[in-house]
Design a protein around this ligand. Structure first.
Ligand SMILES: [Zn+2]
Ligand SMILES: [Zn+2]
Length: 160
């Protein structure tokens, strides 16, 4: 079984490489998801993007950002936010569902507890990727993100 440290209590803080962009998330993430789609590979330069999916109302950020609008094959438009100085991809939002924010987990100040509970676009996963035995694996984009949230709750329990 995958060894998983507990999810620490909020808040969670993070930022870009140069420190110009900082953020705070005041609520436990709703999902911890790894996306293996081609857009995530290109926009991060990594083989996948591990992200916290969270309530936008609990998220705040400071510092100058650059916005890139990326249109998926599905037609969904994603607003990718990067630091205007160092270019690090910090978070994104989908214009169709702005109630959620997707925080690139590598930008957290403490990444020690972040292990995916779900993987999506697994048919495009790089062969070097580790997939936890207890995480759910979804081909393509799930029609409803609730299954990603249910996957987190199934592993860690409901938010305290
Ligand atoms: Zn920066
Ligand atoms: Zn993706």
């Amino acid at each position: 079984m995958t060894q998983r440290p507990p999810i620490p209590n909020p808040p969670y803080t993070g930022g870009c490489l140069c420190g110009a962009v900082r953020y705070e998330l005041k609520a436990r993430p709703l999902a911890v998801n790894a996306c293996h789609c081609n857009d995530c590979k290109k926009t991060s330069g990594a083989t996948n993007v591990l992200m916290l999916i969270a309530d936008s109302a609990a998220f705040s950020a400071s510092g100058e950002t650059h916005t890139y609008l990326s249109t998926a094959d599905s037609g969904r438009v994603k607003e990718i936010k990067r630091c205007a100085h160092c270019g690090v991809r910090v978070w994104h939002q989908n214009l169709a569902s702005p109630v959620l924010v997707f925080i690139a987990a590598g930008t957290l100040d403490d990444t020690s507890w972040v292990i995916p509970a779900s993987h999506i676009w697994v048919e495009r996963a790089s062969p070097g990727v580790l997939m936890q035995d207890d995480a759910i694996k979804v081909e393509g984009q799930p029609a409803d993100r609730k299954i990603l949230m249910d996957a987190l709750t199934a592993i860690y329990g409901a938010a305290p």
